[in-house]
Design a protein around this ligand. Structure first.
Ligand SMILES: NC(=O)c1ccc[n+]([C@@H]2O[C@H](COP(=O)([O-])OP(=O)(O)OC[C@H]3O[C@@H](n4cnc5c(N)ncnc54)[C@H](O)[C@@H]3O)[C@@H](O)[C@H]2O)c1
Length: 284
């Protein structure tokens, strides 16, 4: 989408971090912005912080894990602004890693928010964007953890791998309709992601804080520190805006040599396994 002025953006996880930065970037680009978030107080402050940046910013309480809640948030957006053009399925939570430390409840919570939340956003808004025919763009927030299994057997990585895959498939399906798709794959960004448990609903059971001396505890502390040293969310938002303008599928916010080497190792191993399988097949 080249012309964003006067159009409307809907952003989940909009009360904090990357979502709030996206909201601000869209407002500065002349768009109406609807921030959707489960954290009502932070949402009100976030909406207030956008006043004066763009034409109009509103907020709607929304739990992306609940499809009915996403439908209600969409209705509130249409009522406030009419058609929605840019949909950012960005809300996400970080859960522990290491098979022995993760309860099924934690798996369910992370998958419900990070994966089902993206699906609910796509299912809700795609028919609307297709029907109004004014063009649109869907931005799904994944992570570098969606391309690399360095975190081990982790619900976070599993959910983000799925978001990358879904976005790639979706892009192919909606391109003929004039709808773009971007999958955002950040590395460390300065946000509140390491405090994700603040939004964990009671229905997923008690929070398991890992023993700080365990492997999972040390990994969590290391990730939190890397987050504190991470990229400014506004830099991420600027990259997303550029990707929407140029209709680019991938946004890699860091793309350093270390990540490239890890990805290459993974792809090389997959191709080598295919070569080995082909070599084992009897010649016909
Ligand atoms: N910060 C990083 O280093 C980093 C790296 C890679 C990917 N990401 C991804 O970026 C996205 C945004 O996270 P962030 O880093 O800005 O963290 P953040 O915690 O600052 O913001 C996440 C927002 O999502 C909201 N949220 C949580 N559960 C929700 C739910 N069920 N429904 C609606 N909103 C909900 C939170 O209230 C919060 O406002 C996430 O998908 C995260 O996985 C972040």
């Amino acid at each position: 989408m080249r012309d964003l002025v006067g159009k409307t953006a809907f952003v989940t996880g909009g009360a904090s971090g990357i979502g709030l930065a996206l909201g601000r970037a869209f407002a500065q680009a002349g768009m109406n912005v609807m921030l959707a978030d489960v954290e009502t107080e932070a949402l009100a402050i976030a909406v207030q912080s956008l006043q004066g940046f763009g034409p109009s910013a509103r907020g709607v309480t929304c739990d992306v894990a609940d499809p009915a809640s996403v439908e209600r948030a969409a209705e509130a957006s249409y009522e406030a602004f009419g058609n929605v053009h840019v949909v950012c399925n960005n809300a996400g939570v970080a859960g522990g890693s290491g098979i022995d430390d993760i309860s099924l409840d934690t798996w369910r919570w992370v998958i419900d928010v990070n994966l089902m939340g993206v699906l609910h956003g796509v299912r809700t808004f795609l028919p609307h964007v297709r029907a109004h025919g004014e063009g649109g763009h869907i931005v799904n927030t994944a992570s570098m953890a969606g391309l690399n299994s360095g975190l081990g057997l982790s619900p976070y990585s599993a959910s983000k791998f799925a978001v990358v895959n879904m976005s790639e498939g979706l892009a192919r399906q909606v391109a003929p309709l004039g709808i773009g798709v971007t999958v955002l794959c950040p590395e460390f960004v300065r946000t509140r992601i390491s405090e994700s448990v603040r939004n964990r609903p009671k229905r997923y059971g008690p929070v398991q804080a890992p023993d700080p001396e365990s492997a999972a505890g040390k990994l969590a502390a290391q990730q939190a520190e890397l987050g504190r040293l991470g990229l400014d969310p506004m830099e991420v938002a600027a990259q997303v805006l550029a990707a929407i303008h140029k209709d680019e599928l991938y946004v890699f916010t860091h793309a350093g040599a270390e990540w490239r080497a890890e990805l290459k190792e993974r792809f090389d191993a997959i191709l080598a396994a295919m070569d080995a399988a082909a070599a084992r097949r009897p010649a016909t």
